[in-house]
Ligand binder design. Structure first.
Ligand code: CU
Length: 180
């Protein structure tokens, strides 16, 4: 039953997001320009004594979509950190999700926690693995907008971040740029 529901969510929401957009070719130059800027003034990392969150972003949602997904890179410093929850005014709920291939079908499942070992970085990206599922969006996510999101860690409580709404390629490349 749960599997069926997730499959349906995936079909209705993620499939259009994963489709390459026809205008992507034309956007490559602009995308590259944004990346070089992101390393400077446009960076929006959040750092605490124990961890660093690099370039949180979410993909724009198609009209009528009720769910969205956000991606963050979590670096743990000298001790492991465990993400146990998230919330945002952008949606009714935020769940920690994992997305994996099951045969030729992408499957999403809810996870209780995402643990990052000391000295390691977990990199969330569109297309697979962990992500933050925004369930019941208050309004569609539009490219260029930002929204606040609060991450709850077992070891240290809440960390407030600002999520940028960007295309998958632009957001991923900007986030990669934070590690150089
Ligand atoms: Cu999900």
């Amino acid at each position: 039953m749960l599997k069926t529901i997730l499959k349906t969510i995936l079909k209705t929401m993620l499939k259009p997001m994963l489709k390459p957009m026809p205008w992507l070719g034309g956007m490559l130059l602009i995308s590259a320009m944004s990346v070089s800027m992101a390393s400077g003034a446009m960076a929006h990392d959040v750092q605490t004594d124990t961890l660093r969150i690099a370039h949180p972003f979410a993909m724009p949602t198609p009209p009528g979509a009720t769910n969205g997904a956000a991606y963050v890179d979590i670096s743990a410093f000298s001790a492991p950190v465990t993400l146990v929850g998230a919330r945002s005014p952008a949606s009714a709920d935020v769940e920690l999700h994992d997305m994996q291939m099951d045969g030729d079908m992408m499957q999403m499942r809810h996870v209780e926690a995402i643990r990052v070992e000391a000295g390691e970085t977990y990199t969330m990206r569109p297309g697979g693995g962990y992500h933050l599922m925004l369930i019941g969006l208050t309004e569609p996510l539009k490219e260029g907008e930002q929204f606040p999101l609060t991450l709850t860690f077992a070891e240290q409580g809440d960390v407030d971040i600002e999520v940028w709404v960007q295309g998958a390629q632009e957001g991923s490349e900007a986030a990669d740029g934070h590690h150089h």
